[in-house]
Design a protein around this ligand. Structure first.
Ligand code: SAM
Length: 338
């Protein structure tokens, strides 16, 4: 067998450098978005979760192997108990320069409480998921969420100096006629807006075909109202951006279905139980919890990471149509971390 441990960085079989780690710190969430979770979810027993110390150790191993950007997600990362301990621990890598960015994706429900501390600990940008600006519709989509609280959180984040980007999943017949208003709202506050196609991840109530709205259609409609200019701007994520000439703000499009972006994939994901997923849209994974716990030294875990990166697949093949009776992968987004 090849000695993968001698690789200086994480380079997959297709020559892609893995520099971006997304970490789901909990599978729990205080919302139950209809496209993301079933209403009655079975969550993992707490004993299966990595402790915050173990998450720190695992993230640090990835940073030592070349991860430059780390995103905490979930579930809802801000409902994990003592989450600020982990943010504080990881912030040492920002100070050392090993890590370029520590960020998170949140539903915003707890942001009013945490925004100031996150900024103090070196977080500069965050993504907040908001699919509608209509409070009643917001409640319907999230089942449990309160829009006013999220808006309060967004304001707290802005006051704390965090750069906020809004993420909205495009849902047919639900928010498809709201994007003009959302663009105006976001850009008036200096926030970019990213639109996301719904992906076939995990069993939910209802049929995903009913929710799926191709962003090619959304983009064509937006052009009736706004002047969109393609720009080369990229974060390390998969979004492609346009500038809206009327506002000066940006819109990102994440199009896993209409335009597969796997060729430039630089990401891997770890779950809160220490499973490493090399692709959001495939079932293959590597368990890192056992090697992490088997030794205080990182040798075993590093070898497990190298072995897993050596089989990172070329990409996903999501399809949403009525003939596909099952989701592409059985895990919900909240498990792998969106
Ligand atoms: N709780 C946090 C939040 O709301 O942003 C982080 C986790 S959530 C799973 C991350 C993102 O994934 C959210 O923007 C959510 O809308 C999106 N998401 C969840 N399920 C999805 C699906 N099936 N297709 C596309 N996006 C999805």
């Amino acid at each position: 067998m090849t000695n993968l441990a001698s690789r200086p960085a994480m380079i997959d079989p297709f020559g892609r450098h893995v520099t971006y780690l997304r970490v789901s710190v909990t599978d729990r969430c205080d919302f139950r978005c209809v496209y993301c979770m079933a209403e009655h979810m079975t969550f993992l027993p707490k004993a299966d979760l990595l402790s915050l110390e173990e998450l720190d150790r695992l993230c640090s191993a990835f940073i030592a192997k070349g991860v430059k950007k780390l995103r905490l997600t979930g579930g809802e990362p801000l409902v994990r108990k003592n989450i600020l301990w982990l943010v504080e621990a990881l912030s040492r890598h920002l100070r050392s320069g090993a890590l370029e960015e520590l960020t998170l994706t949140t539903n915003g429900s707890q942001l009013a409480k945490y925004a100031g501390e996150l900024a103090r600990l070196g977080v500069k940008r965050i993504n907040v998921s908001v699919d509608t600006l209509d409070p009643a519709k917001f409640r319907k989509i999230t089942r449990w969420g309160e829009l006013a609280k999220v808006e309060e959180g967004i304001e707290a984040a802005r006051v704390a100096g965090l750069k906020v980007k809004l993420n909205a999943v495009a849902l047919k017949g639900v928010n498809e006629h709201e994007f003009d208003d959302m663009i105006a709202y976001a850009h008036a506050k200096g926030m970019d807006l990213t639109l996301i196609e719904t992906m076939p991840l995990g069993e939910i109530e209802g049929d995903r075909t009913d929710q799926y709205l191709p962003l090619s259609i959304v983009r064509a409609r937006l052009m009736n109202r706004w002047t969109l200019t393609d720009i080369p701007f990229r974060t390390s994520g998969p979004a492609r951006y346009v500038r809206v000439e009327e506002t000066g703000g940006k819109i990102g499009f994440i199009t896993p279905l209409t335009h597969n972006f796997c060729e430039s994939c630089n990401r891997v994901r770890i779950t809160c139980t220490g499973q490493l997923y090399m692709c959001l849209g495939q079932e293959d994974m590597a368990d890192l919890r056992a090697p992490l716990r088997a030794s205080k030294d990182d040798g075993l875990v590093n070898a497990a990471i190298d072995e897993a990166i050596g089989r990172k697949p070329k990409g996903h093949d999501f399809v949403i149509d009525r003939r596909a009776q099952k989701p592409a992968v059985s895990r919900h987004m909240s498990v792998t971390g969106g």
